[in-house]
Design a protein around this ligand. Sequence first.
Ligand code: NAD
Ligand code: UFG
Length: 336
Amino acid sequence: MKILVCGGAGYIGSHTCVALAARGHDAVIYDNFSNSSPVAVERIAELAERPVALVEGDIRDAAQLAAALEGVDAVIHFAAFKAVGESCEQPLAYFENNIGGSVTLLQAMEAAGVANLVFSSSATVYGDPDSVPIREDAPLRVTNPYGRTKLVVEELIGDLCAARPGFNALLLRYFNPVGAHPSGRIGEDPGGIPNNLMPYISQVAVGARDCLSVFGGDYPTPDGTGVRDYIHVMDLAEAHVRAVETLRPGFGCQAVNLGTGQGVSVLELVRAFEEASGRKVPYRVIARRAGDVAMCWADPSRAAEVLGWRARLDLQRMCEDAWRWQSANPAGYRSA
Ligand code: NAD
Ligand code: UFG
């Protein structure tokens, strides 16, 4: 299949392009590099078992999308802004890029007769869950503008599938993606101070930052720190390959959780990383971060039923692979 991968130069997209190529699919990266580096595309080409094409473009550019969609069988749509805090300060930029960009992409797909879409959603659509593990039919609620953009786009895609029975979509709700390709050549490269736990821990371990701040030690969890469902990005990439292969006429629209089904606390992740890296990760416990939930992990059974997929890689592999990437590229793609 020929797959247009919008946002394919980013963290999850880059690993997905390598996985698509390994399965014999022709991936075309469509990215404006607003949060990624052309070096990632060079590295994807090095790891992929067949050529991966690049179109430098913006999903808000209808004309360029129309040209890129020629002969495409399915679209994987990763292209979005993703920082929760920034979305609270710049909500309009998030509405424009994440919602406006998605509408332009859907219009271009309809005009080009491309009827299969895999959309990057997030466990953020569950807000503060009533219970764990979280199933896909749990109540949806948003707690910040970023989360709202994910929920709105899920709903827009659902409406389009209802109006156009030929249109098929998978809404993939990721839990907490971490880790890197085992080669250490591609990985997560956040600019500035990382918002997320795993890249922060990696930067402390490599000596780029002094100490991890643990946000809250008084949650109602076994060790008092927040519990999340960390999932290896290689497993996530494999789930996208299954997703494009699952979409077919009459499939309709479904939401699917992508997680391991296991909760891991902040301190458990710190310890696992120390073991994998052989480095100390100094930390201090400070106040809770506004908007954080105590516990969030997936019921991954629908992914097994619908995609025939389950996560295989454990916490140790997540930490080892994250460390290999971080230690070989201490300044991310800027180290190249
Ligand atoms: P990322 O920022 O690394 O990748 C997104 C890519 O999209 C970047 O390469 C960026 O340059 C590109 N992009 C953004 N706006 C664009 C536009 N208008 N036109 C073309 N390209 C554009 O992020 P990621 O971590 O790989 O996440 C991918 C998707 O998964 C995002 O939609 C994100 O919201 C979602 N998601 C991520 C996580 C996570 O923790 N990483 C969790 C849940 C959901
Ligand atoms: N944490 C710290 N210190 C840090 C960073 C995080 O203690 O420096 C803690 C958080 O409080 C939380 C856990 O580590 O308990 C995980 O935090 P992350 O920021 O890595 O991940 P979140 O679960 O908060 O958020 C992630 C994505 C969001 C997405 C959400 C959906 O970043 O985009 O998952 O579940 F919406």
